[in-house]
Design a protein around this ligand. Sequence first.
Ligand code: VG1
Ligand code: CO
Length: 549
Amino acid sequence: MVSVRTVQTAPFDGQKPGTSGLRKRVKVFQTPHYTENFIQSIFAAVPKPRTLVVGGDGRYLMTDVIQKIIRIGAANGVTHFIVGRNGILSTPAASCVIRKRAADGGIILTASHNPGGPQNDFGIKYNMSNGGPAPESVTDGIYKASLELKEYKEAEVSPVDLAALGIQKFDGFAVEIIDSVTDYVELTKEIFDFELIRKFRQQTPEFTLLFDGLNGVTGPYARRILVDELGFPESSLEQCTPLEDFGGGHPDPNLTYAHKLVERVAGEKISFGAASDGDGDRNMVLSHDWFVTPSDSVALIAHHAECIPYFKNKGVHGLARSMPTSCAIDRVAAAKGLQCYEVPTGWKFFGNLMDANKLSICGEESFGTGSDHIREKDGIWAIVAWLNIIAHQSQQKAKLVDVKHLMLDFFKTYGRNYFTRYDYEDVDSAGASKMMEQLRALKKQALESSDFGGFKVSHVDDFEYTDPIDASVTSKQGVRVIFADSSRIIFRLSGTGSQGATVRIYIERYDDKDVELDAQVALRPLVLAALEISKLEQFTGRKVPTVIT
Ligand code: VG1
Ligand code: CO
């Protein structure tokens, strides 16, 4: 057995995983013992893993932390580490590898769409043997362990060569370095009709594609799938080299941070533009004449699911969305006679439903879309799903059915759920908490007697979720103000930031007649109502949002 040393330490405050793992400034993770403490707390709280998948989005500090995980993991009973080459595994690829290789769990190193580099963010997340993020019962256990920790154990081994594919044997454990992309590409090929997409691309030269990896982890995955497998030209890829600091950018696929893509798609009249975030689980889809909201995207995929071989073969068992996500997908579920679940924000809440075979397709308004093929949201999956649908529809109609026409057709069937989200980043935490307290105290009667541009309030609550499978209850998930015409305003605080607080306001309105309005115009009266109800400016001092999506 390899020799193990025990290191004395003291607990740190605040090692509480948020919506998706522990996210802090790199500098915090560099505090002596900070990272080791958290890793040891994971091993103290989760069912003892013997086979553990390790990888991340390539951001600054990642390879150092992988070496620490190997040392501490080996000292805590892990006998087989499966690590992406050079540490690289996108979040969906890590989920895929855990499932495919029947690992006991995985540690994913990412702060997702948060900027990277020495001055920015790092993150650590634990996934269970189903490939999905640890549920709250487990993350609460990790936090509790972190508060009581007095020592950690580490195996005394020299650093592992993360670049050499194959198995490296140590005394009592082994480290297997795998290609970062292969397992994931194989799974993707089983899900979609690659042959159909290839044929469509060959026969439709006017269909142009541009994918922007935002210098996150998805570049190599996109190249293998879009270029090598589907035959799109190399020039369809932009910013597809993973960089430690994402080139200094914000690897978040939305209209604000993916502006290079947005400008090129508009300027060059590109038919299909797409982007993914730092760790590859988010996606954005647009064309030169249409921006697809994530809420509409998942609804459209659900509507057309049967043209995707995976769903054609397995069937669609149910749909779901996070609470703030627009209700477009509910309409698809109703039309297809499927159950539609509403869960709190965060992908971890979909896992139980998927494991119980009650959920096939789901999404979040925050550019997260996915299915039960894995237990994470999956950026590339969503993009290929769109290509599969476009190829299929175009074949059916014997002409190019583009993004805009797909969406307009969808609205003709279901009407349109206009949606927008306003984010106020890095606001004073005390002010943000006071604002939420005030919102929690709101009463329907009081709101009804005020006038919000003619909107009548029908329901106010702080969202609480009871998991239909294990009956666990998650409360205080966001204040909802629902109006008589089904419009909604939702207020919640982010659980992924590393500094201050981020206030999110989600606004939605349904219209079955005017479906081609500008969303900001269509939602303006509700935005004003939201600002009035929340007294946001009074509590936070902010006049304008940092990001509108
Ligand atoms: C945000 C999104 C949420 C998403 C989470 C993780 O959380 O709103 O929908 O699941 O990020 O996504 P919050 O608590 O900041 O609103 V990712 O791509 O960071 O793993
Ligand atoms: Co992400």
